[in-house]
Design a protein around this ligand. Structure first.
Ligand code: F0G
Length: 458
């Protein structure tokens, strides 16, 4: 596959420092085999996340200068609110410093202890916010999402039969909101179809529950709907976005993804002034006055521009095709990769690539470390380490798949740089049996993957 042609040229550059294998070995040792603990200067190709790592456009940088830094009533907030309403259709918005700030505002206002929150699959911070309030974050992915090779177009969908069973069953009283994450990050960056969104919303509303979308990657999801869902190939992206949003009572956004900024987030709702004031009140305590919410006025300006820019067809085509290019390069080099390719990342199936390492020795963490040692490439484990422990039993959770995610920052790397991930994969697979499993030597009680330390087994 040829890489897509970039719909931009480069106006500012950031040097990348070459590293040697010996330097990387030392760095990884000091980091306790946890790639989150590396210094970024020791990384050559940083595919840790697509969150807040993108390059802003000249229009976004220009908008920064218009930032109105007034504490109250900032004009930047008015422009931000207008963009949220125009693009997404929600007039009532509470800004936050990032997605998890929005989660904290929202879940603090809606979750009672014991409450069950069903979703296609919760992202780790979403799960943490629900569990911090003694809620139960319940994943109901479609069964086909667990088959790493199937080519079903919408593996991010929720299992609506499972949802109906829950909402008709004895635990229905414990549910007040039903969620979908678009695209489904924890489930391989896979999209959710509009048919599934409509059906989940219908079930939620029929049972008197609120329907909430995590829209961190809404534009990428809309692209897949246009490309794959029957009946939408001629529908403009903007219209697909509005159809997705039209079902939701509330949306949670991390602007660090599909608002093309380095920081920011928000909760938005369509009506219910009373609930809005409750959200605002929580926002004031945790994030800041409702017209800045933990952000500078200039950040709000960049989000307003990014929300419109992300819908441009030339951008979205390049974005999705660049990620697919990475997927094809990895496969050419022997990697076992989740199919279809995700919207923001490629997910390596570590259990298949390192079959000699059992789940209790963290094969995906071992693979992520090996790729770093081989080529200075940083990915992230999405397997037994990230899954953490069950908050009640304290047992290690066992996720269905052991994955390494290689997420592509938006508008940052060239195709030649992405090729380095292919070279590193080939080098690791050539001596796959030399890669050793890991043992945890320290971990935090919540979101342990950020700070855990490991020892390599001999
Ligand atoms: N929801 C989804 C679907 C996410 O992917 C993320 C973050 C969040 C919420 C939280 O947003 O980081 O702004 O607080 N995902 C990043 C990632 C960290 O690497 O996938 P945040």
């Amino acid at each position: 596959m040829r890489p897509p042609r970039e719909p931009f040229r480069i106006k500012m550059v950031e040097p990348v420092r070459p590293t040697t294998r010996a330097e990387r070995e030392r760095a990884l040792e000091e980091a306790g085999s946890n790639l989150f603990q590396l210094s970024a200067r020791d990384v050559e190709l940083d595919l840790l996340t697509d969150s807040g790592t993108g390059a802003m456009s000249q229009e976004q940088w220009a908008a920064l200068l218009r930032g109105d830094e007034s504490y109250a009533g900032s004009r930047s907030f008015a422009r931000f609110r207008e963009a949220v309403n125009e693009v997404l259709g929600f007039p009532l918005v509470v800004p936050a410093h990032q997605g998890r700030g929005a989660e904290s505002i929202f879940f603090g206002a809606v979750i009672d202890p014991g409450e069950i929150v069903p979703s296609n699959a919760h992202f780790d911070t979403t799960r943490a916010h629900i569990e911090l309030r003694q809620g139960v974050a319940l994943d109901l992915p479609v069964p086909e999402s667990l088959d790493p090779e199937g080519e079903e177009p919408f593996k991010g969908n929720m299992d609506t039969e499972g949802l109906a069973e829950l909402l008709d069953g004895p635990d229905a009283e414990r549910v007040s909101i039903v969620m979908l994450t678009i695209t489904n990050n924890a489930g391989g960056g896979q999209p959710v179809s509009l048919a599934n969104i409509h059906e989940v919303a219908r079930l939620a509303h029929e049972h008197g529950k609120k329907f909430v979308l995590d829209i961190a990657r809404f534009a990428e999801n809309a692209w897949f709907v246009q490309a794959r869902e029957p009946g939408y190939s001629e529908t403009p992206i903007q219209q697909i976005v509005r159809e997705m949003m039209g079902e939701a009572d509330a949306v949670l956004m991390s602007a660090k993804k599909d608002a093309l900024t380095n920081i920011g987030g928000f909760v938005a709702i369509s009506e219910d002034e009373e609930f809005f004031h409750r959200l605002q009140a929580r926002g004031i305590v945790f994030e800041g006055f409702p017209t800045y919410g933990g952000l500078a006025g200039r950040d709000l300006e960049a989000i307003a521009v990014g929300l419109r820019e992300v819908l441009e067809e030339s951008y979205l085509r390049y974005r999705i095709e660049q990620v697919a290019y990475l997927g094809s390069v990895l496969e050419e080099n022997g990697a076992s990769v989740l199919h279809p390719f995700g919207g923001h990342a490629i997910y390596l199936n570590a259990a298949a690539m390192l079959p000699h390492i059992p789940a209790e020795h963290f094969p995906a963490q071992a693979l992520a470390c090996a790729l770093y040692l081989a080529g200075g490439v940083r990915g992230v484990e999405i397997g037994s380490v990230m899954a953490g422990r069950d908050p009640i039993s304290g047992e290690n959770r066992r996720p269905p798949l052991e994955l390494v995610r290689l997420a592509v920052p938006r508008r940052v790397y060239t195709a030649r740089q992405l090729d380095q991930a292919g070279d590193a994969t080939a080098a690791v697979l050539e001596k796959a049996e030399d890669v050793r499993g890991l043992e945890l030597i320290s971990e935090a009680p919540v979101l342990r993957h950020f700070t855990a330390r490991f020892r390599t087994l001999s």
